[in-house]
Design a protein around this ligand. Structure first.
Ligand code: ARG
Length: 274
């Protein structure tokens, strides 16, 4: 897989204001000292801030879904983990006014009506969840029908090798293609390698809890998830290893993306999958 930044950016402009409002309502609280607002790269940073993605398809990744609010705006991602169950980030489904959430499966391009829409019936949020930066950023949605897409298995405590520093990953989402930019119209993927606990602690200090989280990114930045990707899958070897959770900006050098460490929560989540 190449890391070349060669994706042509496509801007989603029609409902920009609404989408921005939807994103703001789910944006996590930044860790102390973190700057999650758009800013110019410091010297030495890549000249482009585009999150180094490339097109992906729900044909290849059938279990990746997005969540829309009552206005039909995409605000987060998720993963089908059982016929009528979607795993997402707790911060996607808490902390705001109660929202009417729809799960959209099998639709690559938000402007089409491909695939299936399912209404969320119940929401389970990890009992210890307080905020993304304190961990347990995981939730299970039960939807009103059985989805035809193949579910993705969760990583277990036996899958430690998938979390080895430098290990390959795939992260998927419809979020912003650059820090401070607009969301993607179509599904994108990026391949940030797993970051060591030491490097992630260096980036985030005490905010990084290696039991609850795992980081992924290139030392030089350039390839990352971003706003609107939250709740979506970080995958390795056909398993859900992480959930897009938080980070300092997007794709910056030295500050990788932070993901919920799924293997830590596998037993509790599996119990919710029925
Ligand atoms: N909190 C963001 C969201 O709600 C996800 C941020 C991920 N940031 C990163 N640099 N990987 O969509």
């Amino acid at each position: 897989m190449t890391h070349t930044l060669r994706r042509r950016t496509r801007w989603w402009s029609v409902s920009g204001a609404l989408t921005a409002a939807a994103l703001a309502s789910v944006a996590i609280t930044a860790p102390a000292g973190a700057d999650t607002t758009a800013s110019e790269p410091t010297s030495g940073a890549p000249t482009t801030k585009i999150v180094g993605g490339e097109p992906a398809s729900t044909t290849e990744y059938p279990w990746v879904v997005y969540l829309t609010d009552s206005g039909g705006n995409q605000f987060c991602g998720g993963t089908i983990a059982a016929k009528n169950k979607v795993v997402t980030a707790a911060h996607c489904v808490t902390g705001g006014a109660p929202r009417q959430i729809t799960v959209v499966a099998g639709r690559d391009d938000k402007t089409t009506d491909e695939g299936v829409e399912a209404e969320v019936r119940t929401v389970w949020v990890h009992p210890e969840y307080q905020s993304a930066s304190t961990g347990s950023d995981i939730a299970v949605l039960t939807v009103d029908r059985e989805l035809p897409q193949t579910p993705l298995p969760l990583a277990t405590q036996q899958d430690n090798a998938l979390y080895a520093p430098g290990a390959a990953t795939t992260v998927l989402g419809w979020g912003t293609t650059e820090e401070g930019g607009g969301p993607s119209r179509t599904l994108l993927q990026a391949h940030p390698p797993i970051t060591s606990d030491q490097d992630c602690s260096r980036a985030y200090g005490g905010q990084y809890n290696p039991d609850a989280m795992v980081c992924a990114g290139l030392p030089e930045g350039g390839e990352d998830s971003c706003q609107g990707d939250s709740g979506g899958p970080l995958v390795a070897d056909g398993r859900l290893i992480g959930i897009v959770s938080w980070g300092n900006g997007c794709a910056r050098p030295g500050t990788p993306g932070v993901y919920t460490r799924v293997s830590t929560y596998q037993q509790e989540v599996q119990a919710q999958l029925g």
